[in-house]
Design a protein around this ligand. Structure first.
Ligand SMILES: NC(=O)C1=CN([C@@H]2O[C@H](COP(=O)(O)OP(=O)(O)OC[C@H]3O[C@@H](n4cnc5c(N)ncnc54)[C@H](O)[C@@H]3O)[C@@H](O)[C@H]2O)C=CC1
Ligand SMILES: O=C(CO)COP(=O)(O)O
Length: 346
């Protein structure tokens, strides 16, 4: 692996970030620190103008100043023209729409990366497949960036580690080279399925951990949810073709830990608010940012049926979120399951 390129060589090199939410803005700042000219796209003209004027993304990350080599725009054409890397980081529900709109401006030589954690609702497809279909390119060339990385800490340059995965290692290495710096350490991996499944499914367990914490079930219960949650993530992941070792890595256990324990997690916070008796629609409305775990619970419930995999925690959370089951009864159902062997049930 080559040493990291001197960032001063990159001053005339453009990269694009599609969607200026909290994660898009944080990753734009990583790329800007690494010397690129960053085009940060938002669908709202007013939002783009405000970011350029105030040098802030007031709605999503109000405490940080945007450096001068980030330019916001609401024109996809302007955002993507002459870019060498296009990062898709909209919520999963918007990915196909954003990719469709971006597609006419994307050239073969541009590296495509995504950092979104979720599946497409109706098709249950991972984001790499959605992008491959819409951009009409081989899925092996599409990179996923994932791992334990809350935007609020990345923008403060707190030490963070992530993984970039692509079927074609050279694509993952190009992304590694673009994103890596002394506060943001980037590992490569070729198990795209594993990284995408791990990144999406940990949000289900984080919602459950928030609920459990909100109901004062204690530290043992949270640890049990995380551990048995990981077991069912691995079970589904392996059936879907993932490498089980990926789940022991940053995108797996790493992200599970941070999302189930960090005050920054929107998924954990949503679970906590549900435990206080707020309705799901109120929780989603007042969060003001995407809570991917809700849609992912539904999609994973369907994937578990499709692949005939037992996923008791996901199933109980599905019942709580969508069928009004009392969390207390969900816990009773989990604790009263037929006795079993830990490893056989992994
Ligand atoms: N916030 C974080 O710390 C992290 C977030 N992620 C993932 O990144 C993805 C994006 O999350 P955030 O940036 O946090 O979300 P966010 O809620 O902060 O921002 C989402 C952005 O997407 C835009 N958007 C929504 N629908 C759109 C549409 N139809 N067309 C165009 N733009 C649209 C919104 O206007 C907003 O700018 C999610 O999958 C999330 O799980 C991953 C790692 C860390
Ligand atoms: O994926 C994340 C951290 O790695 C963000 O999690 P939340 O969406 O729960 O904030």
């Amino acid at each position: 692996m080559e040493a990291q390129e001197d960032s001063s060589n990159r001053i005339h090199r453009r990269v694009t970030v599609l969607a200026a939410g909290s994660w898009g803005t944080a990753l734009a700042m990583v790329l800007a620190e690494n010397g690129f000219q960053v085009m940060l796209w938002t669908r709202s003209e007013e939002h783009a103008a405000a970011m350029n004027k105030q040098r802030k993304n007031e709605k999503y990350l109000q405490d940080v100043m945007l450096p001068n080599n980030i330019t916001a725009t609401s024109s996809l054409e302007e955002a993507i023209a002459a870019s060498e890397l296009v990062l898709f980081v909209s919520p999963s529900a918007a990915m196909r729409q954003v990719a469709q709109a971006a597609s006419p401006y994307i050239k073969d030589e541009m590296l495509i990366v995504h950092a979104t954690k979720g599946f497409e609702a109706d098709t249950l497809k991972p984001m790499s497949i959605v992008l491959a279909e819409e951009l009409q390119r081989p899925v092996e060339n599409i990179v996923v960036l994932s791992g334990p990385s809350h935007a609020e800490e990345v923008v403060r340059r707190l030490p963070t580690t992530v993984v970039v995965a692509a079927g074609e290692l050279v694509c993952a290495e190009r992304a590694q080279d673009a994103f890596i710096n002394t506060a943001f350490r980037v590992y490569t991996n070729q198990d795209v399925a594993g990284v995408e499944i791990a990144g999406a499914l940990k949000n289900i367990i984080a919602l459950g951990a928030g609920l459990s914490d909100g109901l004062q079930y204690g530290d043992n219960a949270r640890a049990a949810l995380m551990t048995r949650g990981l077991a069912e993530i691995v079970r589904l992941g392996v059936q879907m073709g993932a490498n089980p070792l990926t789940f022991a890595g940053l995108a797996g256990v790493g992200d599970l830990i941070v999302t189930c324990t960090s005050k920054h997690s929107r998924n954990w916070r949503a679970g906590y608010k549900l435990a206080q008796g707020e309705s799901l629609s109120d929780v989603l409305h007042t969060m003001g940012m995407v809570v991917e775990g809700v849609k992912t619970t539904r999609a994973t419930y369907q994937l578990a049926e499709k692949y005939q995999v037992e996923m008791p925690i996901t199933t109980q959370l599905y019942e709580v979120l969508f069928n009004g089951k009392q969390p207390k009864l969900a816990v009773e159902a989990l604790m009263g399951r037929i006795r079993t062997n830990e490893i056989e049930q992994f």
